[in-house]
Design a protein around this ligand. Structure first.
Ligand code: 13P
Ligand code: SF4
Length: 380
């Protein structure tokens, strides 16, 4: 990495410190033998005025308390569809809780049990960087024919930018439909912030070539691209990635196929293009679960996604062989920050009349972010 890039990285603010301190000295100890009982009591006393949403990557101890489990799309839908619960405990990461706040009514409050549960990929695109990129596209007279598509894993500010500029949000379960929709409206797509999901969708789903895609590096002047490259590209991919899914390699796939004949490799589309290209099945977390659950007894699956989910799938399918694609342990460290002590702390605080860790998106940002989210929810 060039020295200037290192200096720029060093100057970047820690998004977790901006999000605030999570909770101060009030957390129950994780060793408290009454923790599960405390969670059950708090949950019961909150009753129907609360709803607990849990992403598939959450720990077992947390997901056990989820009223609805889902991938990011299903949870966004659940938030949009539920107007009854006054309080939504979002067991997932910050961008998901922001989306829930945008999609729920003014009387509903979204609580993220640990504010430091961010997403490293979402933090790879800031609103300022995206505005600078858009200014470059405008200068080249190509912004007017470019439709931004932003992955759910992005801040509310980026979703708002997308809504303002005619684009839509997508998740891993509808990226193909979102990109097709964008090409019906414009000639180019700016895909934020996951280059892998964008590339995999453009090439493997829409049949574009790798040469149709360029990668915009926010740390370089002009994104590190020439004007000609930007003008001729069909898809401008943001240089972001998931640190968990980025780890799975072609070597992992070839090794598991040698070691376990008959195994099927099932990966999330946030994995690198080389890995996704040779996998047997590719899909969102919801799709991964459905595929394994519906497969016949005796099936063998090597799964490239977050470890909490893979372990749960292995436990829930004892008549199948379900293994993790990588040899090394690979939890999403930010998803894992939501643990039972934090959930108990947040629920008990509410029982005692104190709302903690509420996620609120300001109304101006929320207005256009909702436009982009609603476009996603309306996709055919
Ligand atoms: P899903 O859209 O499949 O829920 O994935 C979200 C995510 O963060 C994957 O890393
Ligand atoms: Fe973000 Fe990756 Fe964790 Fe998903 S798995 S929340 S993309 S860091």
């Amino acid at each position: 990495m060039a020295l200037v890039d290192l200096l720029l990285l060093g100057a970047q603010k820690d998004p977790n410190s901006e999000r605030g301190v999570s909770c101060t000295g009030e957390l129950p100890a994780s060793s408290d033998p009454k923790l599960i009982e405390r969670a059950q009591i708090a949950r019961k006393s909150l009753g129907s005025k609360a709803m607990v949403l849990g992403h598939h990557y959450q720990r077992d101890e947390v997901i056990d308390f989820a009223d609805i489990r889902g991938d990011s799309f299903k949870l966004a839908q659940a938030a949009a569809d539920n107007s009854d619960a006054e309080f939504i405990f979002f067991c997932g990461v910050h961008f998901m809780a922001e989306s829930a706040d945008i999609l729920t009514g003014a009387n509903q409050k979204v609580i993220l049990p640990d504010l430091s549960a961010g997403c490293s990929m979402a933090d790879m695109a800031t609103a300022q960087q995206v505005n600078e990129c858009w200014a470059t596209l405008s200068k080249l007279n190509i912004a007017g024919k470019t439709i931004p598509i932003t992955y759910m894993n992005s801040s509310a500010a980026i979703k708002s930018f997308t809504g303002k500029n005619g684009g839509a949000v997508c998740t891993s379960s509808n990226a193909e439909r979102a990109m097709k929709w964008a090409f019906e409206k414009g000639e180019k797509v700016l895909f934020l912030p996951d280059q892998h999901l964008g590339r995999n969708t453009a090439v493997l789903k829409l049949g574009l070539s790798l040469k149709d895609c360029v990668v915009w590096n926010p740390w370089k002047i002009n994104g590190g691209l020439t004007d000609a490259e930007l003008i001729s590209a069909k898809v401008i991919l943001w240089r972001g990635h998931c640190s968990v899914h980025g780890r799975f390699s072609v070597e992992n796939v070839t090794q598991v196929r040698t070691k376990l004949p008959g195994v099927k490799v099932l990966v999330h589309p946030e994995c690198q293009h080389e890995v996704v290209s040779i996998a047997d099945v590719v899909g969102s977390t919801e799709m991964i679960i459905r595929t394994v659950t519906e497969s016949p007894a005796g099936s063998k699956w090597a799964i490239g996604t977050e470890l909490n989910l893979v372990q749960r799938l292995a436990n829930e399918n004892p008549n199948k062989e379900v293994i993790f694609l990588d040899k090394a342990v690979c939890y999403c460290s930010t998803m894992n920050r939501i643990d039972l002590p934090h959930l108990v702390w947040a629920m008990e605080s509410l029982v005692n009349g104190k709302i903690v860790n509420q996620i609120t998106v300001d109304s101006e940002t929320a207005k256009f972010a909702k436009v982009a989210l609603d476009r996603m929810l309306a996709l055919p």
